[in-house]
Write a protein that binds this ligand. Structure first.
Ligand SMILES: C[S@@+](CC[C@H](N)C(=O)[O-])C[C@H]1O[C@@H](n2cnc3c(N)ncnc32)[C@H](O)[C@@H]1O
Length: 395
């Protein structure tokens, strides 16, 4: 493909990604994969170049762009070597009209920048949200030792602050590694590994992972429990929850049971668990502002209204979780967002309405105190962005 044809492909993809963001459609990665699946003429170099253009444009443009072309023109403003690609050739984009719209560079939509600022994130912290994320794996202690695994993977480095984490060269194909097939490793951000075990689950305990999804944190919990005890993994999303049993089998974990919940009926469907859990993990649905490094187009998805809905859902799941914890047990509340509305503010509201609960320090040594919890950020802690609070039921 010519540079012009690649530029046009990037514009077409950016159009699809922006439209999907407006309508809560598929993620950029999925859209790109589907697009290439039907365009066999694009070779591997073309694919890499087009992907690069698309992601550079997404990272550059904060407000949802009016068109893919406006987004790519913004990139051409900051990378002038791209301008000749707008040459009007048969498969390329039309020549540039000086009067046409060009998207504005920025970290995020204005309202969201204001929310990040009031949540204590300065310009440096905000810019770091759009850098490239490292590739981290968690070594499954049930099957392997981190040092032994590191010795087998070229370029693997220990991540000092997370004992089971290794950081790999970004082009490593983890699914092709023998250690992956043996269930010795899982792809998981080092910060995600830490927050999952913020209440230090012990062998033999009963843990409920209320928003388990595909089970990334469930499996980290099981490993921390040395494979002894019981974990009830719940979610309302059947497709996500279905991914967990095969992953658990590969990891050699047999203590996980799954339970699919119906939205609105969760408390009823968990009534047998009332007051029973030593630990309940609430890895709540959230805006994902802490994971923009991986999904930068998520900034185009979020609106004040959608944020309000996340906050309401978080309040809802926190309420359900609280009833499941035994007196003396702990609730670990996690969001991969850095906004106070979803983190510190959410926990303050919980504590204000639940006098039988108290905040305690998460049991790891990383992050910065934020309200009653701790926050990890890409810039300061070299992890995805997370807020986590450990809450203990007093009676
Ligand atoms: C941040 S994701 C969980 C990620 C997962 N814990 C992991 O480590 O891979 C949040 C999950 O909460 C689920 N969820 C949303 N509303 C829920 C509810 N009312 N009860 C239980 N789960 C819910 C979503 O389906 C989603 O899978």
């Amino acid at each position: 493909m010519t540079p012009s044809a690649r530029a046009q492909a990037a514009i077409d993809l950016l159009d699809l990604i922006a439209a999907a963001a407006r309508g809560q459609g598929a993620a950029a990665d999925t859209i790109i994969a589907r697009w290439f699946a039907t365009r066999r003429y694009a070779g591997s170099k073309d694919r890499r170049a087009i992907r690069e253009l698309v992601y550079e444009a997404i990272r550059l443009v904060g407000e949802p762009p009016v068109s893919g072309r406006a987004a790519l023109l913004a990139l051409a403003e900051s990378s002038p070597e791209l301008k000749p690609a707008f040459d009007g050739s048969p498969y390329g984009p039309a020549t540039i009209d000086p009067a046409e719209p060009v998207a504005e560079p920025g970290v995020a939509p204005r309202w969201l920048i204001a929310a990040l600022e009031t949540s204590g994130l300065d310009d440096g912290e905000q810019a770091a949200l759009l850098t490239r994320a490292p590739l981290d794996i968690r070594v499954n202690r049930l099957k392997a030792d981190p040092a032994a695994v590191a010795a087998q993977i070229p370029g693997a480095e220990p991540v000092g602050f997370a004992p089971d984490a290794l950081r790999l060269p970004s082009d490593t194909r983890v699914e092709n590694l023998p250690a992956f097939n043996r269930g010795e490793i899982e792809v998981q951000d080092a910060g995600s590994q830490l927050v999952a075990i913020a209440a230090r689950p012990e062998r033999g305990q009963h843990v409920i992972d209320l928003c388990a999804g595909g089970g990334g944190k469930t499996l980290a919990l099981a490993a921390a429990m040395a494979g002894h005890g019981s974990i009830l993994a719940c979610d309302i999303d059947r497709a996500r929850l279905q991914r967990l049993p095969p992953r658990a089998e590969r990891a050699g974990v047999s203590i996980i049971e799954t339970r699919l919940l119906d939205p609105g009926k969760e408390a009823q469907q968990l009534v047998d668990q009332t007051g029973r859990a030593d630990i309940v993990l609430v890895d709540a649905p959230c805006s994902g502002t802490g994971t923009w490094r991986r999904n930068p187009e998520a900034r185009w998805r979020l609106t004040p209204d959608r944020l309000d809905r996340y906050v309401a859902t978080q309040r809802h799941v926190l309420g359900i979780a609280a009833d499941l914890v035994r007196p003396g047990g702990a609730l670990v509340y996690i969001v991969c967002s850095l906004l106070d509305a979803e983190g510190a503010g959410q926990v303050d509201a919980f504590l204000a309405s639940h006098p039988d609960w108290q905040a305690a320090a998460p049991e790891f040594d990383r992050g910065a105190a934020r309200g009653a919890g701790v926050r990890l950020t890409p810039l300061s802690h070299s992890t995805d962005g997370f807020f986590v609070a450990k809450l203990v039921r007093q009676w």
